[in-house]
Design a protein around this ligand. Structure first.
Ligand SMILES: C[S@@+](CC[C@H](N)C(=O)[O-])C[C@H]1O[C@@H](n2cnc3c(N)ncnc32)[C@H](O)[C@@H]1O
Length: 134
């Protein structure tokens, strides 16, 4: 599986979702599909920043293209080794509204309960959605 991923990935680019063009100074043709997993809630300090980040990454997707978003809900921190990172506390409604406001129609959404030990993170749920840009 790892071999297949390595063969498929053509380039690795720097990305900053807080910037209007997250790939600046590069400018790429808009994509058919954008996957964001466990990123925005770590990168954004508050809900306005989260909304802005979704608009920023929306600019990378072509009209009719899809966003696949994995968001962690009700989390304030997560651990990587001994380091603790803060996380924006989100609820499902805020995620859905922000995705719609960024120009997407949500086509599919699934919630799942998280039950890992509370010392690694304090999230309650995860939300995975597929949305189409209009
Ligand atoms: C919890 S990790 C998730 C990593 C990976 N997406 C995964 O699912 O395993 C959060 C990631 O967000 C990235 N990140 C933090 N601030 C960012 C920003 N402003 N723009 C883009 N990515 C950012 C971090 O570098 C880190 O890789």
């Amino acid at each position: 599986k790892e071999e297949k991923v390595r063969r498929t990935v053509k380039r690795v680019l720097k990305c900053d979702v807080t910037q209007p063009n997250p790939l600046a100074p590069l400018s790429l043709p808009p994509a058919d599909c954008l996957l964001s997993a466990l990123c925005l809630e770590g990168a954004c300090k508050d809900l306005p920043a989260y909304r802005a980040a979704l608009k920023n990454i929306s600019s990378l997707v072509k009209p009719g293209g899809r966003l696949v978003l994995l968001a962690i809900l009700e989390e304030t921190f997560y651990m990587v080794g001994q380091r603790q990172f803060s996380c924006l506390y989100l609820d499902r409604e805020s995620v859905e509204e922000s995705v719609k406001e960024a120009g997407f129609d949500i086509e599919w959404l699934e919630m799942s309960q998280l039950c890992f030990p509370g010392t690694l993170y304090d999230a309650k749920e995860a939300c995975v959605l597929v949305a189409r840009k209009h």
